[in-house]
Ligand binder design. Structure first.
Ligand SMILES: [Zn+2]
Length: 324
């Protein structure tokens, strides 16, 4: 049983869904973008541009439900059993979908997916770093304005180069005070030390990416000692040019250093990946990174409650025995 702990909900959009939603919402997406592999992006700046364009097709709560269901169905089909989606509540609130409606759509998709495809899911509400600390506080207030079993975490996404991480401490304090668990992108585009800084400043339970920790033996050791889960997204790192090949990716060295590795697809619609591909690559990179080690760590690191973790533990044990 495979677990996806790092996936941006709107980043799951595949071509057919983009076409269907663009048609339904009368949004024109240039066919030159849709006909190209990976929506035509070729570097980080063009990736962000393509991302804004493609994700603009998601307008309503019904759209959100379709996108969520569609990913969960595809993920279950390749062996997925649990997904934590990231979504920034203010993004869709701006297009007229209040957060309670976003949550209802996610809950409806999650319930259906659990029943029909045996895959469970939760939400991590996120703030977008390059929109600044004030917007992050607004996102934290929105995320904590409603109680639901669906929402389990608060995260920070976006451009690591913008703002100091300490400027987001207040947003994370608000989220943690309401019982949300936390993660933030760090150590993807910036050096090792920024990973420790983010953990300490924001009070993180997990780190998004964190792979550049390998550049500092001190940071790597601290992460291993703290058993801090790193949400590693291999295809994303390769596609964005962080590493030229899987052989050069540090996941194996991080595993050798006893770091806690969990996996994610990041933006599977943009990186032509899925969860089975990520697990396959991890195993290729290091023989110890099989389903048992990675999914066991992911269940322990998941932000859902203990009853769901027990269900996932049973699913993992059964599927490891080849019984499901
Ligand atoms: Zn990400």
């Amino acid at each position: 049983m495979l677990v996806d702990l790092h996936v941006h909900l709107r980043g799951t959009l595949v071509r057919e869904a983009v076409l269907a939603l663009a048609d339904r919402n009368a949004i024109s997406i240039p066919s030159s973008v849709l006909s190209q592999a990976r929506y035509g992006w070729y570097d980080f700046a063009s990736f962000l541009k393509a991302y804004d364009l493609i994700t603009s097709v998601v307008r309503s709560a019904a759209d959100l439900e379709i996108v969520t269901s569609s990913y969960l169905q595809r993920c279950a089909a390749v062996g997925g059993g649990y997904v934590e989606f990231m979504l920034s509540p203010p993004d869709l609130a701006r297009t007229g979908v209040p957060f309670p409606e976003q949550l209802k759509a996610l809950e409806a998709a999650a319930d259906r997916a659990a029943e029909e495809w045996g895959i469970h899911s939760r939400l991590i509400a996120t703030a977008v770093r390059h929109l600044g600390p004030k917007a992050a506080i607004a996102a934290a207030h929105m995320a904590t304005s409603i109680r639901s079993d669906m929402i389990v975490g608060f995260g920070l996404t976006g451009d690591e180069h913008r703002y100091e991480v300490g400027e987001f401490a207040e947003a994370f304090r608000i989220a943690r005070a309401e019982g949300l668990r936390t993660t933030a992108h760090a150590g993807e585009h910036r050096p090792a030390e920024t990973v420790l800084e983010a953990i300490e400043t924001l009070g993180l339970d997990r780190v998004g990416h964190g792979v550049r920790a390998i550049e500092s033996p001190h940071v790597t050791r601290q992460l291993a000692e703290a058993q801090m889960p790193l949400e590693v997204c291999l295809r994303s790192n390769l596609a964005l040019g962080l590493y030229a090949s899987i052989a050069e990716h540090p996941i194996g060295r991080l595993a050798d250093a006893d770091c806690t590795i969990v996996l994610g697809t990041d933006d599977p619609g943009f990186f032509d990946t899925d969860l089975a591909e990520e697990y396959g690559l991890a195993l290729k990179a290091h023989p110890s990174l099989g389903i048992g080690r990675v999914s066991g760590a992911a269940i322990a690191a998941a932000f859902c409650g203990e009853p769901t973790k027990a269900v996932l533990g049973d699913m993992l044990a059964r599927r490891q025995l080849g019984d499901a």
